[in-house]
Design a protein around this ligand. Structure first.
Ligand code: LMR
Length: 396
């Protein structure tokens, strides 16, 4: 019998999204299409460095004269810039505690760690469906988590009645995980009325929303995309926000993220700040700075910000064009809308079983996540006809 320490390491379950990305990379076929991992792609299929980001990086290269440590919470100017971007100017900063994190994933992880340490009995409510890493992290942290109804595959709107009925079971101090905009994987977001009902339900039950905001600006625009979470922040005593700069700044590999906590009082916020600093110290000490600083420079410089907002608008316009192009092409094949036309952001979720998804990969080179999620940005206009024909046949 082997006595090696590592002989007992269990097999790992591969992440469904990242393992698909690897399989696509290894596929030698020319006509393969990666509709899997949630990265924005342009009409050439590339994920370019945004112009405003490049310009900020050049300035940073010229002006930065030290790489010395910053602080456990990260750069305060970045935290202010990201807070302002998501929440505007009105949310009282003295009731907030914030840390920079390695990407949105880091923010989700630290947020759940904080809740688990603070109130171990808190239940974490996750939408069904949700980003698979939400459930994986909740499980890894040891949270007691459960699902609430969001939308069935192929639906054109989220199922508000079932969602509210499920959430009526929330208890004080429970955590309600919401996608701020561009829901992953369905693309179906709450209406303004629905956001108001969610806020009212949180007030009534004492549950605390934890908003994951990874696609701000890629739905209907920076202001509209943030309206729901701003309503929560204005109406509720407590809330948490996990923010990512991966998609809207294209800073994927730089790992730009922030965890913000809105507490009931400034005194609570002070203590939460200490707890968050400790969580960073225990995990990696200082959060990464380069990407965060670049994003802050873009947000705080009028010219760079204008350039960035224009680039974001062009990304949105491309997503809209691809959504209506795919919906039209599917309709021409006799297929229903399936939430593609009016969904927001990168994703739509099609009612496809695993066999059909495997067949689409095999015969058409279409890489689709196992839950039926497609990344609209992975499409190219000239491919819409062939993709729609393959999908329509699989959906029949
Ligand atoms: C996605 O959902 O595809 C992205 O957020 C990438 C990831 O980390 O899963």
């Amino acid at each position: 019998m082997t006595r090696g320490l590592f002989a007992g390491v269990a097999d790992s379950t591969p992440d469904p999204i990242l393992s698909l990305m690897d399989r696509h990379r290894r596929d030698p076929r020319q006509n393969k299409l990666d509709l899997g991992v949630g990265v924005y792609r342009d009409s050439e299929g590339q994920t370019p460095v945004m112009g405003a980001v490049k310009a900020a990086e050049r300035r940073l290269f010229d002006s930065q004269d030290s790489k010395a440590y910053v602080g456990l919470a990260g750069d305060p100017a970045f935290l202010d810039a990201f807070t302002g971007l998501a929440l505007g100017a009105d949310v009282p900063r003295d009731r907030m505690a914030r840390i920079a994190t390695p990407g949105g994933t880091g923010a989700v992880r630290q947020g759940l760690e904080l809740v688990r340490r603070t109130r171990p009995q808190a239940r974490v409510w996750l939408p069904d469906p949700t980003w698979p890493n939400h459930t994986a992290i909740a499980e890894a942290v040891g949270c007691d988590w459960r699902l609430y109804a969001h939308a069935v595959p192929g639906a054109t709107t989220l199922d508000g009645d079932r969602m509210l009925a499920d959430l009526a079971g929330m208890a004080p101090g429970d955590l309600l995980v919401l996608h701020g905009c561009c829901h992953n994987p369905t693309g179906l977001d709450p209406s303004a009325t629905m956001w108001a009902e969610i806020a009212a339900l949180c007030l009534r039950t004492g549950a605390v929303p934890f908003v994951d905001l990874a696609y701000l600006g890629l739905g209907d625009g920076l202001h509209t995309d943030a309206a729901g979470l701003r309503h929560l922040a204005e109406s509720l005593p407590e809330m948490m926000l996990a923010m990512s700069g991966s998609k809207n700044f294209g800073l994927y590999r730089e790992r730009v993220g922030m965890l913000a906590v809105l507490a009931e009082t400034a005194d609570h916020a002070n203590r939460v700040q200490g707890a968050l600093n400790t969580l960073n110290r225990l995990s990696y000490t200082f959060p990464p700075d380069h990407g965060a600083r670049v994003a802050q420079m873009v947000l705080d410089d009028a010219d760079l910000r204008m350039m960035w907002e224009q680039e974001l608008a062009a990304m949105r316009a491309r997503l809209d064009l691809l959504r209506s192009g795919l919906a039209d092409a599917l309709e021409a094949q006799g297929s229903a809308d399936l939430g593609i036309r009016h969904g927001r952001g990168l994703f739509a979720r099609l009612p496809l079983g695993t066999d059909r998804i495997a067949a689409l990969q095999e015969t058409h080179g279409l890489y689709i996540v196992g839950d039926g999620r497609i990344n609209i940005a992975g499409l190219r206009a000239p491919d819409l006809g062939r993709v729609a024909a393959g999908l329509a046949a699989a959906l029949r």
